[in-house]
Design a protein around this ligand. Structure first.
Ligand SMILES: [Zn+2]
Length: 291
């Protein structure tokens, strides 16, 4: 089934909620990068929130980079999304292996680390990119982003992210981001708090085949949510031979000539999708001739 984001309003616009199923995206990332279960859960959570936040940019040519630099063994996590929610990402250590937590859950917090920074770069395609950063709270990712929205963007936000991995790969993945508008009443807030305390984790709800619409109703406690838009994001990389050529040209003539003398061929591997872009001596010479 295709991944989806639904953009909804609850309580007549006093609450905004976006719900996402990202099972295909996270499974694709797992396969491309050969991720261990813990790395799948960590990157999967980051890909999910990055896709939702990318979609929120709205600007047509906007893109968003989220990076987590913690002191845990997984190393740096990076994800990039466009304004259609299409997303790509990678982690420093694909095979990170941490014992399960006592409750049987994958220990993302220990893999990521409890100390470090979360970086958010929003490029709207016009002017300087916006850069935000906040310290990591728990390394569990959803909490770290919730803290970012509370402190940097002063928007009361609830974020939940979940990835369910079994021996065959990703069973379900998804998340939601709920924001309170300034006119949300105390009654609404307390209803949502009660709902969130009693509902199951998002990956479990998806595993029970609940639809995103049903999940939005359960999270908010509002039966009359209004779905504004539905999109189908994918794991998508926009690397290309042309972009690699530009990169090589930027390296400069002297360096390229040295490569031609020293190497049979140059192989550029994309961090995000593992595509290999190969340049032979002749290809490099053609680039030198263009400079
Ligand atoms: Zn790529």
């Amino acid at each position: 089934m295709k991944d989806r984001i639904i953009d909804c309003l609850a309580y007549e616009g006093k609450v905004s909620i976006k719900c996402m199923s990202s099972t295909e995206i996270v499974e694709e990332a797992r396969k491309i990068h050969g991720l261990s279960p813990t790395a799948t859960a960590a990157l999967g959570r980051l890909l999910t929130i990055t896709s939702i936040m990318g979609y929120e940019l709205k600007e047509k040519d906007g893109n968003l980079t989220n990076q987590i630099k913690g002191d845990g063994p997984i190393g740096i996590l990076t994800a990039v999304a466009d304004s259609n929610g299409n997303v790509k990402g990678y982690v420093g250590n694909n095979t990170v292996d941490i014992p399960l937590k006592e409750n049987g859950k994958l220990d993302v917090g220990t893999a990521v680390g409890k100390k470090g920074m979360l970086y958010i770069v929003k490029d709207l395609g016009i002017g300087k990119p916006y850069v935000g950063m906040t310290p990591i709270v728990s390394g569990e990712i959803a909490e770290d982003f919730t803290n970012y929205f509370a402190t940097s963007e002063q928007t009361p936000t609830v974020i939940a992210l979940g990835v369910l991995v079994d021996k065959d790969g990703v069973r379900t993945a998804g998340g939601y981001k709920l924001s309170l508008m300034p006119d949300a009443t105390e009654d609404i807030i307390s209803t949502i708090e009660q709902q969130i305390s009693k509902i199951e984790p998002i990956s479990k709800m998806l595993d029970e085949n609940k639809t995103l619409e049903e999940i939005a109703k359960l999270v908010t406690g509002d039966e009359n949510i209004q779905v504004l838009e539905t999109i189908n994001p994918e794991f998508k990389c926009n690397c290309s031979r042309e972009k690699c050529e530009k990169g090589l040209i930027a390296v400069g003539k002297t360096e390229l000539e040295a490569m031609i003398n020293e190497e049979e061929k140059i192989e550029i591997v994309c961090n995000f999708c593992n595509s290999k872009h190969i340049f032979t001596k002749e290809d490099l010479q053609n680039l030198v001739d263009k400079i």
